[in-house]
Design a protein around this ligand. Sequence first.
Ligand SMILES: *Cc1c(COP(=O)(O)O)cnc(C)c1O
Length: 296
Amino acid sequence: MLNNKENVFIQNISSYGEADFFTVDVLRLDVIHPIVSGNKYFKLRLQLQDAIAQQKNTIVTFGGAFSNHIVATAFASKALHLKCFGIIRGEEPKQLSHTLLEARGYGMELIFVSRTDFKNRCFEDERLVGENYYLVPEGGYSVLGAEGVKEMYNWIDETYTHIVCAVGTGTMMAGLVKGALPHQTVIGISALRGNESLLNEIESLLTNDQKKKKYKLLHDYHFGGYAKHPQALTDWMNELYAMEKIPTDIVYTSKMMYGLKDLLQQNYFPKGSKIMAIHSGGLQGNASLSKTTLLF
Ligand SMILES: *Cc1c(COP(=O)(O)O)cnc(C)c1O
């Protein structure tokens, strides 16, 4: 479906501190695809394969008006010649968001439901009657979604001691825990403010054995909450880009890269640590900023 995985590369970064003490590499999954970027590809892969194996010809998924997952699912479904419906949270706005216009451009049919119905996953619509559809949960959150993420270990060998990623639903983090070796620690940096149930949600994708692995979810780097992007954050994004030529997104990867730097400065990692930070993409989310905000 998307054969750009040969573009993926590992970028060593030097501006985070002394190479004698630790190594920091970034896994540049943002280069896989501008739309099905980074982790969305990995989360969808097995679920769409499963849909095809079950001879479903239609995908139904869920999301908000600014969801990267919605656009990624729309695009991937089109590439696989599957019909696709997006159940969208909230009443239909007069002006569709950039995200929804793009999803519709890829052939996704949008079904707007009230917040309550969205929460209850109540979505009767005549367009769905008689459809033999496959449900992909919001954000790709499922065991299969997490299993697909294990493929990231094709680029992460056993010499890495820590793997650091951004967390929304936690599907990617769960997949990284599933694939980790016993000596590797997975550190998730939440993009949400004070979501107490997040760790439970991650753990419910893990088996009991996987729950014994080493992982930690951190809540201190949300910059005000989900999709909040104060100037301190966009300044940091420009600083990181100037130093390392790494473009990051306002929702997830900028906060993760900031958190990682802060942890290193606090000597959070033992001497000799070799860290892989996952650049999970999402750059299209920056389109909502004014053109002069970012250097890239
Ligand atoms: C969707 C997304 C995430 C969150 O992934 P989860 O598996 O939901 O935790 C992280 N980074 C980027 C760039 C994303 O688009």
